[in-house]
Design a protein around this ligand. Sequence first.
Ligand code: EPZ
Length: 418
Amino acid sequence: MKILKINGGRKLNGTVKIGGAKNSAVAILPASILCDEEVNILNVPNISDIDALKSILKHLNADVKTISENSLNINLKNIENKEITEEMSKKLRASYYFMGALLGKYKKAVVSFPGGCIIGSRPIDLHLKGFESLGAKVEYKDNIITITAKELIGNNIYLDVASVGATINIMFAAVKAKGVTIIDNAAKEPEIVNVAMFLNSMGAKITGAGTCTIKIKGVDYLKSCTHEVIPDRIEAATYIMIGSVLSDNLIVENIISEHIEALTQKLLEMGVDLKIDEDKVYVTNKNKLKATKIRTVVYPGFPTDMQQIMSTLMTQAEGKSEIEETIFENRFQNLYELQKMGAKVNVIGNKGYIIGPTRLSSANVNATDLRAGAGLVFAALIAEGETTINNTDYILRGYENLIEKLRKLGAKIQLIQI
Ligand code: EPZ
């Protein structure tokens, strides 16, 4: 197990370069198996979720070459369809993308239930219902799911919930199906647009990605392409919020400012001093911060992935802040860890309340999931003294070169294997 030790209360200044979006890259790597030749993927984040996916691709006999720290060449000429075992699937949530990709390519997928952060029940019923709508049969034996289809025929699919994963997975199953598939009430996150652009650059015929109605016309063959992963809007948000408290002059670069508008507008309301360019944000902690209210909703609303980091910022804002979490049923565990550091918090149903400003003090805390862990790193950077954060594997799943990036800004942080 790895732990983080952070000595907080220090100013963090300088420039931080945002990496490729985890939630785009973890879909693009499995999608590569739909290609009949080879793909080059640029700006892939150097995180453990990507390592897990690379090993699954190698298990399928794909030839995965690292061109540089953030670029991959994946040759699919010798790929084989094999079962994705429980041990592989459990490593991350995004292993479920091999269901749609293997079904779409071979009309058969044998995959176990995925892993992922325990922020709710996280069913995959909409994914499986979508596959069935295309003519697939879904069978379960223990934790193994076998999805087969004589033929995949395009169909109209309505998603009860605008699920990011289900939208992408159904796209994968539909790109080589016969005829046209329409996904209604599709999720509109920027990562979905990035994945659709990847598939289209191989020759897929997808229109409407980024809107609530996506149309996919099946094709027979998908050729080589080179594609770039978009910047990670959640990583960008994390550093901008850290800078809102701890920086006299922080530059967060390599972002798409449109993708983080829900956050930057909220921070401006709180009194954070931001200068927003198209591809970078300048952050200065000049003013007293005011408490605020957020309600997590699907894109382009306030993202659920940002609320746990925002709750740490709220401990430093004057007044009573409120977070209403409408996407996941169990995403407030981090508040109880913040409480150990002196935060004044309360949870009633799907609402979390934070009273500030409070002086945070160092403690021994536990990361309960990826973004909860990021919120605790933020809190440890604020608190005087040395904070220990346990279960940091969660955090390293989603933040590229976290220790190096924070050290470069002046943080006193070390990762210890115990
Ligand atoms: C993706 O998870 C992201 N993960 C999550 O980011 C993100 O929080 C989430 O989308 C929402 O934006 C990846 O992309 C790998 P959903 P996903 O399907 O696809 C319900 C992070 O921190 N639902 O959009 O699992 C579900 O229970 C992670 O980077 C069904 O009911 O999320 C939830 O309430 C955490 N049935 C809601 O939809 C289904 O079949 C949204 O889930 C699927 C989902």
